[in-house]
Design a protein around this ligand. Structure first.
Ligand code: NAD
Length: 468
């Protein structure tokens, strides 16, 4: 059994206590997560603070080279980490699973390495010169969720260090081991203390987000936890990027071809078993093609193999943890009790593992828990509508605002409606397809701030106007 250590100040640091990390497919113990003490958290923040003194002054080209070297190292080790990720997270090796996540991790790292934030000249006239410089902020605290642990860790760590900050990352206690491995690799490239990892239960996250020497928090997780982090940031006015929960609407217009869109709709909703922030979580289908879309979705869903992620044949795995499994089960039961028609799935087996079948629920509407709240699991509610303008307003009547999509044969019409959706990203005839050059973030209670591209990098800097 592999027992893992923290990584602080360039050293592997053992802890007095550990907790078991279990494989959600089998219940087997994957490894032992170190439980950091608050003294060790303080050490990690102090190491990052010390490292900031020189890292923040490192030449930009050197930081760029370092990020490229990290990308190469992640790529060279991606199969090993993918295997570990599948065992602790449950997602399959293949399809849109662990290998895909590792590909994203090094692709995003490379794209971020290539970004530059040159000094902007805002004025250069006989009256004077105004330059806008972008400076690193300090020690960044990063807290990540369990759904895409390695890729999201790269989204937090790489822009932070690219811009000259140092980092203390705290991964989810459900999937900490692949992040520890990632940080060990990063430390083969960066000076000691630039990137540190502490693990433990949620209380270590709370202590990190309240730490007076953390200058900025970057958080990806639930809206509920995001609000707690925002409140702990108040005392020292920490900068914040909050990437929170979503309840993305997908709207199928009457002119869409049900068979042609079924596969895209399916993967938009069921990527990573629906455990994706910007997955399609509420599907609105026009009355005239409602039955045809339901049928095409059921037909496609039946072809997708679900099982232990370590089996190369599977394309979806288990739900990641018991709490999420219970939520999905209870939401489906509630929808059924309120008249929802279960077209597929809806009844889990007896284990082992947190396997919940791919589930499609028709004839539900607003006011049902499964529609109003984020399910974060392998179940999709399908809502009938008859008026397009009205459905846009109804889709917007939700506190979340992460992503959305319009499905139509008419691109111009689709764009017209797409831009009326209240969300940070909107897709046409696809859903959730993020990319490193498109700023990604939420509106309303899905958070604020963006990740990716130059706009994402700027979030890890503070502007300074230089007037001469
Ligand atoms: P979560 O909020 O339960 O946990 C996220 C992280 O916060 C974990 O590391 C956890 O240990 C830590 N944490 C818990 N309580 C804390 C506290 N009081 N103070 C500080 N840290 C604390 O979320 P989760 O269940 O891991 O992830 C699922 C949620 O994340 C979903 O709502 C999903 O939509 C959202 N998410 C959003 C994005 C995005 O980019 N917007 C991406 C992925 C996931």
């Amino acid at each position: 059994m592999n027992s893992y250590n923290l990584f602080i100040g360039g050293r592997s640091v053992p802890t007095a206590q550990h907790a078991e990390v279990k494989n959600p497919s089998t219940g087997e113990v994957v490894g032992l997560m170190p439980l950091a003490s608050t003294a060790q958290l303080d050490e990690a923040v102090a190491a990052a603070r010390e490292a900031f003194k020189s890292w923040s002054k490192t030449d930009d080209a050197a930081r760029q080279r370092a990020c490229h070297a990290i990308a190469d190292l992640i790529q060279a080790n991606s199969e090993d980490i993918a295997q570990l990720l599948t065992r602790e997270q449950g997602k399959p090796l293949n399809g849109l699973g662990s290998r895909f996540e590792m590909g994203g991790a090094y692709a995003w790292t490379r794209a971020t390495a290539d970004l530059v934030l040159p000094v902007e000249v805002l004025q250069d006239s006989p009256d004077g010169r105004v330059e806008l410089h972008r400076k690193p902020i300090g020690v960044v605290g990063s807290i990540t969720p369990w759904n895409w642990p390695v890729m999201i860790a790269c989204w937090h760590i790489i822009p932070a260090v690219r811009a000259g900050n140092t980092v203390v990352i705290k991964p989810s206690p459900l999937t900490p081991l692949s992040t520890i491995r990632l940080v060990e690799l990063i430390n083969q490239v960066l000076p000691p203390g630039v990137v540190n990892v502490v693990t433990g239960d949620n209380s270590i996250g709370a202590a990190l987000s309240a730490h007076p020497d953390i200058a900025k928090m970057t958080f990806t997780g639930s809206t509920e936890t995001g609000k707690k982090i925002m409140s702990s940031a108040v005392a020292t006015l920490k900068r914040l990027t909050l990437e929170l929960g979503g309840n993305d609407a997908g709207i199928v217009l009457p002119d869409a071809d049900p068979k042609a869109i079924a596969e895209g709709l399916f993967w938009g909703a069921f990527i990573n078993n629906g455990q994706t922030c910007a997955a399609l979580k509420r599907l609105y289908v026009h009355d005239s093609i409602y039955d045809a879309v339901c049928e095409a979705l059921v037909d496609f869903a039946r072809t997708v193999p679900v099982g232990d992620g370590q089996d190369e044949a599977n394309l979806l795995g288990p739900v990641q943890n018991e709490m999420q499994f219970n939520k999905v089960r209870d939401m489906v039961e509630d929808a059924r009790a309120k008249g929802g028609r279960v077209l597929l799935g809806g009844t889990p087996g007896n284990g082992p593992g947190y396997f919940y079948p791919i589930t499609l629920v028709a004839d539900v509407d607003h006011g049902v828990w499964l529609v109003d709240d984020e399910q974060f699991g392998p179940v999709l509610p399908i809502i009938r509508y008859s008026d397009v303008d009205e459905v846009i307003a109804r889709a917007n009547a939700n506190p979340a605002g992460l992503g959305g999509s319009i499905w139509s044969a008419d691109a111009a019409k689709a764009k017209h409606y797409a831009t009326q959706l209240e969300c940070g990203s909107v897709w046409i005839n696809k859903h959730g397809a993020i990319q490193p050059n498109a700023p990604f973030g939420g509106v309303k209670q899905s958070g604020f701030g963006v990740e990716f591209g130059a706009d994402g990098l700027k979030e890890f800097t503070i502007p300074q106007a230089v007037l001469s």
